[in-house]
Design a protein around this ligand. Structure first.
Ligand code: HEC
Ligand code: HEC
Ligand code: HEC
Ligand code: HEC
Length: 463
């Protein structure tokens, strides 16, 4: 089956503007993504405002270096009359000529000054559509918001598909608006959107018959399988008098008619075009592509290096351990912590038990993946006085975590315990409940967390 791979945009950066110290790492990540997108055979990528985080020149260089084709009809230089990137491309898929167009959404309000601006779609789309009107199918890669895309679909009846991109998108089943399918796949590479299309000269989408047809075809397959099995077991003469078999033949013939009808749009008019949409969850259990995995690993390793160097450069005053006398150099919230080593003296049994659990190795796990400098990973693999993301960021708790707090330590479950370890009789540590586990064992990270079962694996033995 002929196919094309396209990316609707917002692929490269997660933020519209980057803090200075994150720039190098973010660019290295973008390069890895661009390379992977190219190797996957992606024909074109849309340009979202998020792809312009580092400016137009950077995106141009990235596209050239990685042989990508970014599309945007409405991204213009402040000086000059031609769009900065190609507005569209035309490609062949089987017998079909397909035009792919790019439309960039509005720039989010942003402190940076830019060397480009985004024209409203009203000023560009009509002209570009004229240039591609000969194509059999027209696809728009759009990072405009949903309302705008709906308006576009209403206004033009020759755009057949709009692939919408955005930073915080979910999977949306295609919606047919004025013969335009408005489609969106969830952001951040968690899913692959697969749209299977049976296209013909009517250029008209049938009303979601794809699903019904698929179900009917599945049913027909099952009937045929049953018939085949019966034929293997019994002779033709036996079957001729077998009621169940005769019934199956009847059902089969009806099902075949339904399939035919769905395919030809029963009233004999030209058959409508059929689509079938699915989202493929890109779970870690899926087999890895070796080439892509190598790119991902290499990118991660280099990004980790960049962050490691940045951390060293910051040359924080605090050296050494939180249990030492110089703990005042750590953020105030961390100073209530002592780390697991300080518990050894009085609770050797629990410490020994703890060291057998994977919580004690959670930091090593990140190191093994070259991710111990990634702010997106650290919080759940270390011991903190709070897991409130805002507080963590505000108090800068994650940069230079002292070594005794690396890993999911005692104080994750029992609360900050400096006070207790200095005056055990006065301050009792807390005990963990389900909610305290769910801060890290989120649906996304651990989709079958069962408290009563899992607590048994990590609850310390009595003294
Ligand atoms: C100087 C000794 C000492 C140190 C150090 C110490 N504890 Fe304790 N801890 C005690 C005593 C004493 C008790 C109360 C008696 C008992 O249950 O063993 C206790 C009780 C506990 C309890 C049970 C509380 C309860 O309500 O039953 C927990 C949990 C605990 N400690 C955790 C820790 C952690 C975590 C650390 C290290 C950060 C630590 N302790 C360090 C002496 C200490
Ligand atoms: C700070 C985040 C965090 C909290 C809070 C947390 N966990 Fe974990 N947990 C982890 C991480 C990370 C791992 C994986 C460690 C690894 O393999 O590197 C893990 C692993 C586990 C495992 C597998 C351990 C093993 O030895 O195989 C169990 C069971 C578990 N957690 C239960 C719990 C329970 C029960 C709670 C609440 C009482 C809890 N966790 C609280 C982060 C957390
Ligand atoms: C929201 C908290 C959270 C964040 C953020 C997080 N992890 Fe984890 N991680 C966990 C928990 C919980 C487990 C244990 C899951 C289980 O027991 O099934 C875990 C387990 C792991 C494991 C070991 C199990 C496995 O799947 O192989 C690895 C590796 C890992 N995490 C890497 C990472 C990396 C890399 C990042 C950043 C990109 C990250 N984690 C961010 C909570 C988190
Ligand atoms: C994943 C969570 C978790 C971690 C990490 C953890 N504990 Fe515990 N701990 C528990 C639970 C659960 C209990 C049992 C509480 C109860 O009695 O219901 C417990 C009980 C205890 C007790 C009381 C035992 C008794 O006599 O009843 C002590 C002391 C203790 N832990 C110390 C520690 C120390 C020290 C560490 C680190 C080396 C540690 N814990 C790490 C969850 C944890």
């Amino acid at each position: 089956m002929p196919s094309i791979i396209i990316d609707s945009g917002a692929a490269f950066f997660k933020q519209p503007a980057l803090p200075e110290h994150e720039k190098e790492a973010a660019k290295r990540t973008a390069e890895g993504i661009a390379q992977a997108i190219q190797i996957m055979g992606t024909l074109a990528v849309g340009i979202s405002p998020f792809d312009l985080t580092e400016g137009v020149e950077y995106l141009k260089q990235l596209a050239t270096a990685k042989k990508l084709t970014p599309l945007s009809m409405n991204l213009y230089p402040n000086q000059g009359t031609d769009p900065i990137f190609r507005p569209y491309l035309v490609t062949q898929a089987g017998k079909l000529e397909i035009a792919v167009l790019g439309l960039t959404g509005n720039q989010p309000k942003n402190r940076n000054r830019h060397d480009f601006h985004v024209l409203p779609w009203q000023e560009t789309l009509e002209t570009v559509l004229k240039q591609v009107e000969e194509a059999d199918m027209i696809i728009l890669l759009s990072s405009a918001n949903r309302r705008t895309n709906e308006e576009i679909a209403q206004k033009f009846d020759n755009i057949h598909i709009i692939l919408q991109s955005g930073q915080h998108g979910n999977n949306l089943a295609p919606v047919n608006i004025n013969n335009t399918l408005l489609c969106q796949t969830a952001s951040r590479g968690k899913y692959l959107g697969l749209l299977q299309i049976d296209w013909n000269e009517s250029k008209t989408w049938g009303e979601d018959t794809g699903d019904i047809l698929q179900k009917e075809q599945d049913r027909l397959d099952r009937i045929n399988w049953q018939i085949g099995r019966m034929q293997k077991r019994a002779s033709t003469t036996e079957l001729a008098s077998n009621k169940q078999f005769q019934q199956l033949l009847q059902i089969k013939s009806e099902s075949e008619q339904t399939v035919q009808m769905l395919k030809t749009n029963n009233d004999g008019r030209q058959k409508a075009c059929i689509y079938r949409n699915s989202f493929i969850a890109l779970e870690t259990s899926l087999p890895e592509d070796k080439t892509i995995k190598a790119i991902v690993d290499e990118s991660r390793r280099e990004v980790n290096q960049i962050r490691r160097k940045a951390a060293q450069k910051r040359q924080r005053k605090q050296k050494g351990a939180i249990s030492n006398t110089n703990r005042q150099t750590f953020p105030a919230a961390l100073q209530q912590m002592v780390g697991w080593k300080a518990c050894k003296e009085c609770h050797p049994k629990q410490v020994n038990f703890y060291l057998q659990t994977n919580h004690s190795r959670a930091w090593q796990t990140l190191v093994a993946k070259n991710q111990q400098y990634n702010p997106e990973c650290i919080a759940c693999h270390v011991t903190l006085p709070t897991y409130d993301a805002n507080k963590i960021q505000k108090e800068n708790l994650l940069s230079d975590i002292p070594s005794e707090l690396q890993g999911v330590g005692c104080e994750t479950c029992h609360g900050p315990s400096r006070g207790h370890s200095e005056r055990a009789e006065t301050i009792a540590p807390t005990k963990p409940d389900q909610a305290s586990c769910l801060r890290c064992h989120t649906e996304e990270r651990d989709n079958n967390f069962d408290f009563s079962r899992k607590i048994k694996k990590v609850a310390c033995p009595p003294s």
